[in-house]
Ligand binder design. Structure first.
Ligand code: CA
Length: 224
């Protein structure tokens, strides 16, 4: 696998390259947006790790330009710890996934593996459980011909619940992943968003429910 790393924090960029090299992945690195874009445009990469805040051109503009040119190389966006807006904008701009800094090397590798397993076109990608389908591009949650749009955090919470249906997702996991461990967020925030989601799921008359497991967290279940 060939990867491109576009990140202006040189220590981090070099660390990412080292993590990839340890896994046998060759990585080119560049520290600014315009060079990142011209390298990415060659289409020579299997995956791109792209920071949002870059000199010359933002990561968001880089991914927008790539998609506009029809280049569908999977993009993993790196966002600042607290900026939820970056994540949503990144996905809207055409990134395939995002990761909040700082992160563990295992998480980086897992996400890149997931991205490169996917084939070419990710535009219509969906996640599903029971009679529910979550459109990962538009953030619409559907049941039959009924659908409802999810806000940024609702989408993130729902996506996590849907991708971990075999196990329970704890409030702590949700806080860390969706809120990035932000000091402004608490378990009450998680409860509030789960409550919004329950209303929306009910609104589209799905047979899926978010079950609370006391002291443990949440799990999706199909009710009869
Ligand atoms: Ca940066």
């Amino acid at each position: 696998m060939n990867a491109l790393v576009v990140e202006d924090e040189r220590n981090l960029a070099d660390a990412i390259c080292q993590i990839l090299a340890d896994e046998g992945t060759r990585a080119d690195v560049t520290y600014d947006g315009p060079t990142g874009l011209s390298l990415a445009k060659t289409g020579a990469y299997d995956a791109i790790v792209l920071d949002v805040m870059l000199p010359g051109m933002s990561g968001l503009d880089v991914v927008r330009e790539l998609r506009r040119e029809g280049i569908s190389t999977p993009v993993l966006m790196l966002t600042a710890r607290t900026s939820t807006e970056d994540k949503v904008t990144g996905l809207d701009a055409g990134a395939d996934d995002y990761m909040t800094k700082p992160f563990e090397s295992a998480e980086l590798l897992a996400r890149l593996r997931a991205l490169t397993r996917r084939t070419g076109d990710v535009v219509f990608e969906v996640s599903s459980f029971g009679d529910l389908t979550l459109d990962l591009t538009t953030h619409d949650l559907r049941c039959g011909d009924r659908s409802v749009h999810l806000s940024g955090k609702e989408f993130e919470v729902m996506k996590m619940l849907m991708s971990s249906t075999a196990r329970v997702v704890s409030k702590r996991d949700l806080l860390n992943r969706v809120w990035g461990g932000s000091a402004d967020a608490s378990e009450n925030s998680v409860e509030a968003y789960v409550s919004f989601l329950r209303k929306k799921i009910k609104h589209i008359q799905s047979s899926v429910q978010i079950t609370t497991l006391r002291m443990l967290g949440y799990r999706l279940e199909v009710i009869n």
